[in-house]
Design a protein around this ligand. Sequence first.
Ligand SMILES: *Cc1c(COP(=O)(O)O)cnc(C)c1O
Length: 352
Amino acid sequence: MTETISITRTKKSKIDQVDFDNLAFGTVFSDHMFICDYKDGEWQTPEIVPYGPMEFDPSAKVFHYGQAVFEGMKAYKDEDGKIWMFRPDQNFERINKSSERLAMPAFPEEFFFEGISELLKLEKDWIKTGIENSLYLRPFVIATENGVSASPSNSYRFMIICAPAQAYYSGEVRVVFADTYSRSADGGVGFAKAAGNYAAQFYPTELAKKKGYQQVIWTDAKSHEYLEEAGTMNVFFRVGDTLITAPTSDRILDGVTRKSIIELAESKGIKVEVRPVSVAEILKAARSGDLKEIFGAGTAATINPIAGFGYKEDDFELPKLEDSYASRLKKDLKEIQANLAEDPFGWRYEVK
Ligand SMILES: *Cc1c(COP(=O)(O)O)cnc(C)c1O
């Protein structure tokens, strides 16, 4: 399999120019990238080449119709120098689910895993040890056919780029519950990691920022009565000692972190309810003091606690807990990810 990937190494690594103690998330990229083109109905021989700009025709369909999907995953290095990933099979399945919805061809499993493995072997010095360090991997697929007719492309490029990442600290996060705009709708593409889903959130999120919130918690498009997700993170609510999160649907992205937290919390004896969460019940719980925590869950931040939220004219602060579910679950999940704890679930995947 290895001989099917052609590898061109960089002449000069950039690693010495990188300040690994001051990394802004997703702004610095490693020395190499993985590329595989699709044409004439099949995926061609994959390549790993030095990271750098690429040239496309201005009429390439990705620029006009947004036929593009992506993934986000992380690699960790333990004290023995072994490289680990967290449930990459889930990302593989999901990118193909996203691609199918956007009428794009599925990417072959062996190319995906062999590509990651060869790329990470080349970039192993870019993965720092320690629980706060990782290498963020961004696989993505774009439509490359030239021509502005609105139809699916007949050629694509699948790529993986890598960005070293540190602990994700975003300061205190306040969110607003959406009551006007929507991120996704029934029958739409909300479950897919489709590029356009994110572009469509920028404007309402900018409006929220002007009012002092960092993010929007999206509600169902039909009634705006049910809380769904945060747009790059799924959300959990702790009411009393119960964790509640919305069920996935075609409007909600089926997050790997979300499903892992559900299993992890249940294994620790925390009661988890996967069911629709109404705005009304969260407002009521906030007013009565039963609402203890809200947190987001996603690969970039693992778990991101929320300090407060707004809804229409009202603002609510969440209590500052010593021993929150968010901090306990985050610690446990990160230790499993970085090979610092047992992995009873079989989630860890060694990259060889
Ligand atoms: C990626 C993403 C998440 C989190 O998924 P993970 O697999 O946990 O990283 C949640 N919501 C949306 C919309 C996303 O794009």
